[in-house]
Design a protein around this ligand. Structure first.
Ligand SMILES: *Cc1c(COP(=O)(O)O)cnc(C)c1O
Length: 488
Protein backbone atom coordinates (compact mmCIF):
# COMPACT_ATOMS: atom_id res chain seq x y z
CA UNK A 1 0.00 0.00 0.00
CA UNK A 2 1.25 3.48 -0.83
CA UNK A 3 1.11 5.37 2.48
CA UNK A 4 1.63 8.76 0.85
CA UNK A 5 -1.57 8.25 -1.13
CA UNK A 6 -3.68 6.03 1.08
CA UNK A 7 -2.32 6.33 4.63
CA UNK A 8 -4.16 9.61 5.07
CA UNK A 9 -7.46 10.62 6.60
CA UNK A 10 -10.36 11.12 4.23
CA UNK A 11 -10.27 14.84 5.14
CA UNK A 12 -6.67 15.09 3.95
CA UNK A 13 -7.66 13.62 0.59
CA UNK A 14 -10.22 16.36 0.06
CA UNK A 15 -9.93 18.70 -2.94
CA UNK A 16 -12.32 21.59 -3.31
CA UNK A 17 -15.01 20.90 -5.90
CA UNK A 18 -14.43 17.14 -6.29
CA UNK A 19 -17.46 14.96 -5.77
CA UNK A 20 -18.40 11.31 -5.93
CA UNK A 21 -22.14 11.58 -6.42
CA UNK A 22 -24.59 12.74 -9.03
CA UNK A 23 -28.12 13.60 -8.02
CA UNK A 24 -31.04 13.91 -10.42
CA UNK A 25 -32.33 17.42 -10.92
CA UNK A 26 -35.71 17.37 -9.18
CA UNK A 27 -36.48 21.04 -9.79
CA UNK A 28 -37.05 21.48 -6.06
CA UNK A 29 -35.42 24.64 -4.72
CA UNK A 30 -33.57 24.38 -1.40
CA UNK A 31 -35.07 26.74 1.11
CA UNK A 32 -34.34 27.47 4.75
CA UNK A 33 -37.57 29.35 5.12
CA UNK A 34 -39.38 28.57 8.35
CA UNK A 35 -36.28 27.07 10.04
CA UNK A 36 -35.65 29.00 13.30
CA UNK A 37 -32.52 31.13 13.04
CA UNK A 38 -30.86 29.52 16.09
CA UNK A 39 -31.01 26.14 14.34
CA UNK A 40 -29.26 27.38 11.21
CA UNK A 41 -25.47 27.01 10.98
CA UNK A 42 -23.40 30.00 9.93
CA UNK A 43 -20.78 28.02 7.99
CA UNK A 44 -21.03 24.85 5.90
CA UNK A 45 -19.97 21.61 7.61
CA UNK A 46 -16.33 20.63 6.95
CA UNK A 47 -17.09 17.60 4.79
CA UNK A 48 -14.38 16.00 2.66
CA UNK A 49 -14.74 16.60 -1.09
CA UNK A 50 -13.56 13.44 -2.82
CA UNK A 51 -14.31 11.40 -5.94
CA UNK A 52 -15.78 7.92 -5.74
CA UNK A 53 -12.59 5.99 -6.57
CA UNK A 54 -10.66 7.82 -3.84
CA UNK A 55 -13.39 6.92 -1.35
CA UNK A 56 -13.40 3.26 -2.40
CA UNK A 57 -9.58 2.97 -2.19
CA UNK A 58 -9.44 4.85 1.09
CA UNK A 59 -11.89 2.57 2.89
CA UNK A 60 -10.68 -0.63 1.24
CA UNK A 61 -7.09 0.11 2.28
CA UNK A 62 -8.22 1.06 5.74
CA UNK A 63 -10.12 -2.22 6.11
CA UNK A 64 -6.94 -4.05 5.06
CA UNK A 65 -5.14 -2.43 7.98
CA UNK A 66 -7.65 -3.96 10.33
CA UNK A 67 -7.05 -7.30 11.99
CA UNK A 68 -9.91 -9.67 12.73
CA UNK A 69 -10.80 -13.34 13.06
CA UNK A 70 -11.44 -13.31 9.32
CA UNK A 71 -7.84 -12.20 8.59
CA UNK A 72 -5.81 -14.32 10.99
CA UNK A 73 -5.45 -16.30 14.21
CA UNK A 74 -6.66 -14.30 17.21
CA UNK A 75 -5.70 -16.14 20.44
CA UNK A 76 -6.86 -13.34 22.75
CA UNK A 77 -7.37 -15.01 26.14
CA UNK A 78 -10.68 -14.39 27.93
CA UNK A 79 -12.24 -13.01 24.72
CA UNK A 80 -13.17 -16.22 22.85
CA UNK A 81 -12.41 -14.86 19.38
CA UNK A 82 -13.83 -17.82 17.49
CA UNK A 83 -14.84 -17.90 13.86
CA UNK A 84 -18.27 -16.35 13.27
CA UNK A 85 -20.06 -18.37 10.58
CA UNK A 86 -21.36 -16.19 7.75
CA UNK A 87 -24.82 -17.74 7.91
CA UNK A 88 -25.26 -15.84 11.19
CA UNK A 89 -24.75 -12.55 9.36
CA UNK A 90 -27.21 -13.54 6.67
CA UNK A 91 -29.87 -14.25 9.27
CA UNK A 92 -29.17 -11.18 11.42
CA UNK A 93 -29.18 -8.79 8.46
CA UNK A 94 -32.28 -10.26 6.79
CA UNK A 95 -34.53 -7.20 6.37
CA UNK A 96 -37.43 -9.15 7.84
CA UNK A 97 -35.53 -9.02 11.15
CA UNK A 98 -33.21 -6.06 10.71
CA UNK A 99 -35.90 -3.59 9.61
CA UNK A 100 -38.28 -4.20 12.49
CA UNK A 101 -39.08 -1.36 14.86
CA UNK A 102 -39.10 -2.20 18.57
CA UNK A 103 -42.46 -0.47 19.03
CA UNK A 104 -44.28 -2.28 16.22
CA UNK A 105 -47.49 -3.98 17.36
CA UNK A 106 -46.71 -7.57 18.38
CA UNK A 107 -49.06 -9.11 15.80
CA UNK A 108 -46.57 -7.88 13.16
CA UNK A 109 -43.45 -9.21 14.97
CA UNK A 110 -44.46 -12.78 15.86
CA UNK A 111 -41.40 -14.29 14.11
CA UNK A 112 -38.96 -12.06 15.97
CA UNK A 113 -40.66 -12.79 19.29
CA UNK A 114 -40.55 -16.51 18.55
CA UNK A 115 -36.80 -16.17 17.87
CA UNK A 116 -36.37 -14.38 21.20
CA UNK A 117 -38.46 -16.93 23.10
CA UNK A 118 -36.75 -19.93 21.47
CA UNK A 119 -33.27 -18.61 22.27
CA UNK A 120 -34.37 -18.01 25.85
CA UNK A 121 -35.49 -21.65 26.11
CA UNK A 122 -32.23 -22.96 24.59
CA UNK A 123 -30.07 -20.87 26.90
CA UNK A 124 -32.11 -22.11 29.87
CA UNK A 125 -31.42 -25.66 28.75
CA UNK A 126 -27.70 -24.99 28.15
CA UNK A 127 -27.28 -23.16 31.48
CA UNK A 128 -29.56 -25.40 33.53
CA UNK A 129 -31.60 -22.39 34.61
CA UNK A 130 -35.38 -21.90 34.93
CA UNK A 131 -35.60 -18.78 32.80
CA UNK A 132 -33.51 -16.25 30.89
CA UNK A 133 -33.85 -12.62 29.85
CA UNK A 134 -32.01 -11.51 26.72
CA UNK A 135 -32.31 -7.81 27.53
CA UNK A 136 -28.78 -6.94 28.86
CA UNK A 137 -26.43 -5.46 26.26
CA UNK A 138 -23.08 -6.99 27.34
CA UNK A 139 -21.39 -9.26 29.85
CA UNK A 140 -20.85 -6.47 32.35
CA UNK A 141 -24.46 -5.34 31.89
CA UNK A 142 -25.55 -8.93 32.56
CA UNK A 143 -23.52 -8.95 35.78
CA UNK A 144 -25.18 -5.72 36.88
CA UNK A 145 -28.63 -7.10 36.02
CA UNK A 146 -27.92 -10.38 37.83
CA UNK A 147 -26.73 -8.55 40.94
CA UNK A 148 -29.87 -6.38 40.80
CA UNK A 149 -31.94 -9.60 40.77
CA UNK A 150 -29.99 -10.76 43.84
CA UNK A 151 -30.50 -7.44 45.62
CA UNK A 152 -34.21 -7.49 44.83
CA UNK A 153 -34.43 -11.05 46.17
CA UNK A 154 -32.83 -10.11 49.52
CA UNK A 155 -34.93 -6.97 49.82
CA UNK A 156 -38.07 -8.94 49.14
CA UNK A 157 -37.07 -11.21 52.04
CA UNK A 158 -36.62 -8.17 54.29
CA UNK A 159 -32.89 -8.92 54.31
CA UNK A 160 -31.59 -5.52 53.26
CA UNK A 161 -28.41 -5.67 55.40
CA UNK A 162 -26.91 -8.00 52.77
CA UNK A 163 -24.76 -5.50 50.92
CA UNK A 164 -21.47 -7.37 50.35
CA UNK A 165 -20.37 -9.28 47.29
CA UNK A 166 -17.45 -11.71 47.54
CA UNK A 167 -15.27 -11.79 44.42
CA UNK A 168 -12.15 -13.94 43.85
CA UNK A 169 -8.83 -12.11 43.33
CA UNK A 170 -8.59 -13.75 39.89
CA UNK A 171 -11.95 -12.31 38.73
CA UNK A 172 -12.42 -10.25 35.57
CA UNK A 173 -12.38 -6.54 36.40
CA UNK A 174 -16.02 -6.18 35.46
CA UNK A 175 -17.08 -8.27 38.50
CA UNK A 176 -16.09 -5.77 41.20
CA UNK A 177 -17.09 -2.90 38.90
CA UNK A 178 -20.62 -4.29 38.42
CA UNK A 179 -20.97 -4.93 42.15
CA UNK A 180 -19.99 -1.32 42.86
CA UNK A 181 -22.48 0.01 40.29
CA UNK A 182 -25.19 -2.16 41.89
CA UNK A 183 -24.45 -0.32 45.16
CA UNK A 184 -22.78 -3.31 46.82
CA UNK A 185 -19.45 -3.52 48.68
CA UNK A 186 -16.71 -5.79 47.35
CA UNK A 187 -14.83 -8.30 49.50
CA UNK A 188 -11.97 -10.20 47.90
CA UNK A 189 -11.38 -13.91 48.42
CA UNK A 190 -7.91 -15.32 47.75
CA UNK A 191 -6.82 -17.98 45.30
CA UNK A 192 -4.71 -20.98 46.27
CA UNK A 193 -1.37 -21.67 44.54
CA UNK A 194 -3.22 -23.95 42.09
CA UNK A 195 -5.31 -20.95 40.95
CA UNK A 196 -8.65 -22.04 42.41
CA UNK A 197 -10.65 -20.21 45.07
CA UNK A 198 -9.38 -20.88 48.59
CA UNK A 199 -12.39 -22.37 50.41
CA UNK A 200 -10.69 -21.85 53.79
CA UNK A 201 -10.32 -18.15 53.01
CA UNK A 202 -13.96 -17.97 51.87
CA UNK A 203 -15.57 -19.69 54.87
CA UNK A 204 -14.97 -16.95 57.50
CA UNK A 205 -16.10 -14.25 55.05
CA UNK A 206 -19.61 -15.70 54.79
CA UNK A 207 -22.06 -14.08 57.19
CA UNK A 208 -25.49 -12.45 57.15
CA UNK A 209 -24.20 -9.31 55.42
CA UNK A 210 -23.20 -11.17 52.26
CA UNK A 211 -25.58 -10.86 49.30
CA UNK A 212 -23.69 -13.01 46.80
CA UNK A 213 -20.50 -14.77 45.83
CA UNK A 214 -19.44 -14.28 42.20
CA UNK A 215 -17.54 -17.11 40.55
CA UNK A 216 -16.16 -17.71 37.08
CA UNK A 217 -15.79 -21.35 36.07
CA UNK A 218 -13.44 -22.14 34.47
CA UNK A 219 -11.85 -19.13 36.12
CA UNK A 220 -9.83 -16.46 34.33
CA UNK A 221 -6.73 -18.70 34.54
CA UNK A 222 -8.61 -21.34 32.53
CA UNK A 223 -8.68 -23.63 35.57
CA UNK A 224 -11.82 -25.59 36.42
CA UNK A 225 -13.03 -24.80 39.95
CA UNK A 226 -13.52 -28.26 41.46
CA UNK A 227 -15.00 -27.11 44.76
CA UNK A 228 -18.20 -25.53 43.48
CA UNK A 229 -20.57 -28.03 45.23
CA UNK A 230 -18.89 -27.31 48.58
CA UNK A 231 -18.82 -23.57 47.90
CA UNK A 232 -22.49 -23.62 46.83
CA UNK A 233 -23.61 -25.27 50.05
CA UNK A 234 -21.49 -22.88 52.19
CA UNK A 235 -22.94 -19.89 50.34
CA UNK A 236 -26.53 -21.12 50.58
CA UNK A 237 -26.18 -22.05 54.27
CA UNK A 238 -25.11 -18.45 54.87
CA UNK A 239 -28.29 -17.23 53.12
CA UNK A 240 -26.41 -15.73 50.15
CA UNK A 241 -26.76 -16.52 46.44
CA UNK A 242 -24.13 -17.87 44.06
CA UNK A 243 -23.52 -15.93 40.84
CA UNK A 244 -21.95 -17.48 37.73
CA UNK A 245 -19.94 -15.24 35.41
CA UNK A 246 -20.62 -17.20 32.23
CA UNK A 247 -18.26 -15.29 29.96
CA UNK A 248 -16.09 -18.44 30.05
CA UNK A 249 -18.96 -20.79 29.18
CA UNK A 250 -17.33 -21.92 25.93
CA UNK A 251 -15.57 -25.04 27.31
CA UNK A 252 -18.69 -26.00 29.29
CA UNK A 253 -21.33 -25.87 26.55
CA UNK A 254 -23.01 -29.24 26.27
CA UNK A 255 -20.68 -30.72 28.91
CA UNK A 256 -21.72 -29.21 32.25
CA UNK A 257 -24.43 -26.79 33.39
CA UNK A 258 -24.00 -24.02 35.98
CA UNK A 259 -27.54 -24.66 37.24
CA UNK A 260 -26.61 -28.27 38.09
CA UNK A 261 -23.54 -27.05 40.00
CA UNK A 262 -25.67 -24.96 42.36
CA UNK A 263 -25.47 -21.50 40.80
CA UNK A 264 -28.57 -19.33 41.30
CA UNK A 265 -28.01 -16.53 38.77
CA UNK A 266 -25.76 -16.39 35.71
CA UNK A 267 -25.02 -14.43 32.59
CA UNK A 268 -23.76 -15.61 29.21
CA UNK A 269 -21.69 -13.56 26.78
CA UNK A 270 -23.47 -14.33 23.50
CA UNK A 271 -20.77 -12.45 21.56
CA UNK A 272 -18.11 -14.81 22.94
CA UNK A 273 -19.57 -18.31 23.22
CA UNK A 274 -22.33 -17.95 20.65
CA UNK A 275 -20.37 -16.17 17.93
CA UNK A 276 -20.98 -12.52 17.19
CA UNK A 277 -18.01 -10.59 15.75
CA UNK A 278 -16.85 -8.48 18.70
CA UNK A 279 -13.96 -6.36 19.87
CA UNK A 280 -13.30 -2.67 19.98
CA UNK A 281 -16.40 -2.13 22.09
CA UNK A 282 -19.16 -4.28 20.76
CA UNK A 283 -21.73 -5.34 19.82
CA UNK A 284 -22.67 -7.84 22.47
CA UNK A 285 -25.40 -9.34 24.61
CA UNK A 286 -25.28 -10.60 28.18
CA UNK A 287 -28.46 -12.65 28.78
CA UNK A 288 -29.18 -13.42 32.43
CA UNK A 289 -30.57 -16.73 33.69
CA UNK A 290 -32.06 -17.46 37.08
CA UNK A 291 -33.01 -20.62 38.95
CA UNK A 292 -36.58 -21.45 39.84
CA UNK A 293 -38.06 -18.98 42.32
CA UNK A 294 -36.28 -15.89 40.95
CA UNK A 295 -38.01 -15.61 37.54
CA UNK A 296 -40.49 -12.93 38.62
CA UNK A 297 -37.60 -10.54 39.38
CA UNK A 298 -36.15 -10.55 35.85
CA UNK A 299 -36.21 -7.16 34.13
CA UNK A 300 -39.08 -5.75 32.04
CA UNK A 301 -40.17 -6.23 29.34
CA UNK A 302 -40.55 -10.02 29.03
CA UNK A 303 -41.46 -12.01 25.94
CA UNK A 304 -44.20 -14.51 26.80
CA UNK A 305 -46.03 -17.23 24.94
CA UNK A 306 -49.80 -16.80 25.14
CA UNK A 307 -52.17 -19.73 25.65
CA UNK A 308 -53.09 -19.74 21.96
CA UNK A 309 -49.41 -20.15 20.95
CA UNK A 310 -48.88 -16.53 19.89
CA UNK A 311 -46.21 -14.32 21.51
CA UNK A 312 -46.62 -11.13 23.46
CA UNK A 313 -44.58 -8.59 25.44
CA UNK A 314 -45.33 -8.19 29.14
CA UNK A 315 -44.44 -5.71 31.86
CA UNK A 316 -44.73 -6.94 35.42
CA UNK A 317 -44.87 -5.02 38.72
CA UNK A 318 -42.85 -7.70 40.49
CA UNK A 319 -39.90 -7.21 38.13
CA UNK A 320 -36.84 -5.26 39.23
CA UNK A 321 -37.65 -2.77 36.46
CA UNK A 322 -36.24 -2.00 33.06
CA UNK A 323 -32.50 -2.18 32.29
CA UNK A 324 -32.48 -1.66 28.52
CA UNK A 325 -34.36 0.30 25.87
CA UNK A 326 -36.47 -2.63 24.80
CA UNK A 327 -35.61 -6.30 24.33
CA UNK A 328 -31.83 -6.04 24.05
CA UNK A 329 -29.40 -6.36 21.15
CA UNK A 330 -31.68 -8.28 18.85
CA UNK A 331 -29.19 -8.91 16.01
CA UNK A 332 -26.74 -10.54 18.45
CA UNK A 333 -29.56 -12.81 19.66
CA UNK A 334 -30.41 -13.70 16.05
CA UNK A 335 -26.77 -14.71 15.42
CA UNK A 336 -26.70 -16.80 18.60
CA UNK A 337 -29.84 -18.73 17.66
CA UNK A 338 -28.52 -19.25 14.13
CA UNK A 339 -25.25 -20.60 15.58
CA UNK A 340 -27.01 -22.94 18.03
CA UNK A 341 -29.41 -24.27 15.40
CA UNK A 342 -26.70 -24.80 12.78
CA UNK A 343 -24.53 -26.79 15.21
CA UNK A 344 -27.44 -28.64 16.75
CA UNK A 345 -27.35 -30.56 20.03
CA UNK A 346 -24.61 -32.94 18.87
CA UNK A 347 -22.49 -30.21 17.29
CA UNK A 348 -22.66 -28.06 20.42
CA UNK A 349 -21.28 -30.95 22.48
CA UNK A 350 -17.99 -30.70 20.54
CA UNK A 351 -17.43 -27.01 21.19
CA UNK A 352 -16.08 -27.33 24.73
CA UNK A 353 -13.95 -30.48 24.30
CA UNK A 354 -12.27 -29.14 21.12
CA UNK A 355 -11.58 -25.72 22.65
CA UNK A 356 -10.07 -27.53 25.66
CA UNK A 357 -8.00 -29.89 23.51
CA UNK A 358 -6.58 -27.01 21.44
CA UNK A 359 -5.59 -25.01 24.53
CA UNK A 360 -3.88 -27.98 26.17
CA UNK A 361 -2.05 -28.87 22.96
CA UNK A 362 -0.55 -25.37 22.73
CA UNK A 363 0.29 -25.28 26.44
CA UNK A 364 2.09 -28.63 26.40
CA UNK A 365 3.94 -27.77 23.17
CA UNK A 366 5.35 -24.52 24.54
CA UNK A 367 5.87 -25.10 28.26
CA UNK A 368 9.57 -25.90 27.79
CA UNK A 369 10.18 -22.36 26.54
CA UNK A 370 7.52 -20.35 28.39
CA UNK A 371 6.99 -20.34 32.15
CA UNK A 372 3.83 -22.23 33.10
CA UNK A 373 3.02 -21.12 36.67
CA UNK A 374 0.09 -23.50 37.09
CA UNK A 375 0.75 -26.89 35.57
CA UNK A 376 -1.93 -29.48 34.82
CA UNK A 377 -4.93 -29.73 32.53
CA UNK A 378 -6.56 -26.41 31.66
CA UNK A 379 -9.91 -25.72 30.02
CA UNK A 380 -10.23 -23.39 27.00
CA UNK A 381 -7.34 -21.09 27.91
CA UNK A 382 -4.19 -20.90 30.02
CA UNK A 383 -1.64 -18.39 31.24
CA UNK A 384 2.15 -18.32 30.81
CA UNK A 385 4.18 -16.07 33.08
CA UNK A 386 6.34 -14.81 30.23
CA UNK A 387 9.39 -16.56 28.80
CA UNK A 388 11.12 -19.26 30.79
CA UNK A 389 14.55 -17.69 30.37
CA UNK A 390 14.27 -14.46 32.37
CA UNK A 391 17.91 -13.45 31.80
CA UNK A 392 17.32 -11.99 28.32
CA UNK A 393 15.17 -9.06 29.48
CA UNK A 394 12.61 -9.88 26.78
CA UNK A 395 9.17 -9.17 28.22
CA UNK A 396 5.67 -10.45 27.50
CA UNK A 397 4.97 -7.16 25.70
CA UNK A 398 7.97 -7.80 23.40
CA UNK A 399 6.76 -11.33 22.61
CA UNK A 400 3.25 -10.03 21.90
CA UNK A 401 4.59 -7.39 19.51
CA UNK A 402 6.95 -9.81 17.75
CA UNK A 403 3.94 -12.09 17.05
CA UNK A 404 2.42 -9.29 14.94
CA UNK A 405 5.32 -9.62 12.48
CA UNK A 406 4.08 -13.13 11.71
CA UNK A 407 0.47 -12.09 11.10
CA UNK A 408 -0.93 -13.32 14.41
CA UNK A 409 -2.95 -11.23 16.82
CA UNK A 410 -1.28 -11.04 20.23
CA UNK A 411 -2.65 -13.04 23.16
CA UNK A 412 -4.04 -11.16 26.17
CA UNK A 413 -1.12 -9.71 28.11
CA UNK A 414 -0.63 -8.59 31.72
CA UNK A 415 -4.03 -10.09 32.69
CA UNK A 416 -4.82 -11.80 34.98
CA UNK A 417 -2.94 -9.71 37.51
CA UNK A 418 -1.82 -12.74 39.54
CA UNK A 419 1.48 -12.93 37.61
CA UNK A 420 3.92 -10.24 36.52
CA UNK A 421 4.28 -11.35 32.90
CA UNK A 422 0.87 -12.89 32.14
CA UNK A 423 0.44 -14.09 28.56
CA UNK A 424 -3.01 -15.58 28.23
CA UNK A 425 -3.76 -17.81 25.25
CA UNK A 426 -7.20 -18.96 24.09
CA UNK A 427 -7.20 -20.69 20.69
CA UNK A 428 -10.95 -21.62 20.59
CA UNK A 429 -12.32 -24.71 18.87
CA UNK A 430 -12.60 -23.22 15.38
CA UNK A 431 -8.88 -23.25 14.43
CA UNK A 432 -7.35 -25.99 12.32
CA UNK A 433 -4.40 -28.11 13.44
CA UNK A 434 -2.25 -26.42 10.73
CA UNK A 435 -2.95 -22.93 12.12
CA UNK A 436 -2.28 -24.03 15.67
CA UNK A 437 0.96 -25.79 14.68
CA UNK A 438 2.13 -22.67 12.86
CA UNK A 439 1.38 -20.56 15.95
CA UNK A 440 3.33 -22.99 18.14
CA UNK A 441 6.27 -22.88 15.76
CA UNK A 442 6.30 -19.05 15.71
CA UNK A 443 6.03 -18.82 19.51
CA UNK A 444 8.86 -21.29 19.80
CA UNK A 445 10.95 -19.32 17.29
CA UNK A 446 10.37 -16.09 19.25
CA UNK A 447 11.61 -17.80 22.41
CA UNK A 448 14.79 -18.85 20.55
CA UNK A 449 15.22 -15.37 19.03
CA UNK A 450 14.94 -13.79 22.47
CA UNK A 451 18.08 -15.69 23.47
CA UNK A 452 19.99 -15.33 20.19
CA UNK A 453 19.04 -11.71 19.41
CA UNK A 454 17.03 -10.15 22.26
CA UNK A 455 17.27 -6.60 20.85
CA UNK A 456 15.57 -7.64 17.63
CA UNK A 457 12.62 -9.01 19.63
CA UNK A 458 12.54 -5.89 21.82
CA UNK A 459 12.37 -3.68 18.71
CA UNK A 460 9.45 -5.61 17.20
CA UNK A 461 7.14 -5.25 15.39
CA UNK A 462 9.17 -4.58 12.27
CA UNK A 463 6.52 -4.62 9.55
CA UNK A 464 3.30 -3.08 10.90
CA UNK A 465 2.03 0.40 9.87
CA UNK A 466 2.80 1.72 13.39
CA UNK A 467 5.45 0.07 15.52
CA UNK A 468 5.92 1.70 18.92
CA UNK A 469 3.17 4.11 19.96
CA UNK A 470 3.53 5.57 23.44
CA UNK A 471 1.01 3.32 25.22
CA UNK A 472 0.67 5.54 28.28
CA UNK A 473 0.24 8.71 26.26
CA UNK A 474 -2.28 6.96 23.99
CA UNK A 475 -4.30 5.81 27.00
CA UNK A 476 -4.15 9.11 28.87
CA UNK A 477 -4.57 11.50 25.95
CA UNK A 478 -6.14 9.63 23.07
CA UNK A 479 -6.45 11.68 19.90
CA UNK A 480 -9.63 10.33 18.45
CA UNK A 481 -10.75 13.00 16.02
CA UNK A 482 -9.26 14.70 12.98
CA UNK A 483 -9.90 18.09 14.48
CA UNK A 484 -7.87 17.29 17.61
CA UNK A 485 -5.05 16.02 15.40
CA UNK A 486 -5.02 19.08 13.18
CA UNK A 487 -5.11 21.36 16.25
CA UNK A 488 -1.84 19.84 17.52
C1 LIG B 1 -15.42 -10.66 28.71
C2 LIG B 1 -15.65 -10.98 30.15
C3 LIG B 1 -16.54 -10.19 30.91
C4 LIG B 1 -17.18 -8.92 30.42
O1 LIG B 1 -17.96 -9.04 29.28
P1 LIG B 1 -18.29 -7.75 28.38
O2 LIG B 1 -19.25 -8.22 27.36
O3 LIG B 1 -16.97 -7.31 27.80
O4 LIG B 1 -18.87 -6.70 29.27
C5 LIG B 1 -16.78 -10.60 32.21
N1 LIG B 1 -16.17 -11.67 32.76
C6 LIG B 1 -15.28 -12.43 32.06
C7 LIG B 1 -14.65 -13.62 32.72
C8 LIG B 1 -15.00 -12.10 30.73
O5 LIG B 1 -14.11 -12.84 30.05
Amino acid sequence: MNRELYGKLIFELSHKGRKGYKLPNTGVKASMEGVPAELLRSTSPALPEVDELTVVRHYTNMSNNNFGVDTGFYPLGSCTMKYNPKINEEIATDPRLASLHPDQPTYTTQGALELYHTLELYLSEIGGMAEFTLNPYAGAHGELTGLMVIRAYHEQNGDSKRTKVIVPDSAHGTNPASAAVAGLTIVEVKSRPDGTVDVDDLRPLLDDTVAAVMMTNPNTLGIFERNIPEIASLVHDAGALLYYDGANLNPMVGVARPGDMGFDVMHINLHKTFSTPHGGGGPGAGPVGVRKGLEHLLPNPRVVMNEDGTYGIEYSDESLGQISGTLGNFAVCARALSYILSLGRNGLKWVGPLATLNANYIKESLKDKYLLPIDGVCKHEFVFDGLKDKSTGVTTLNVAKRLLDFGFHAPTIYFPLLFHESLMIEPTETESLETIDEFISVMSRIADESIADPDMVKDAPHNTPISHPDDTEAALHPVVSYFELSAQ
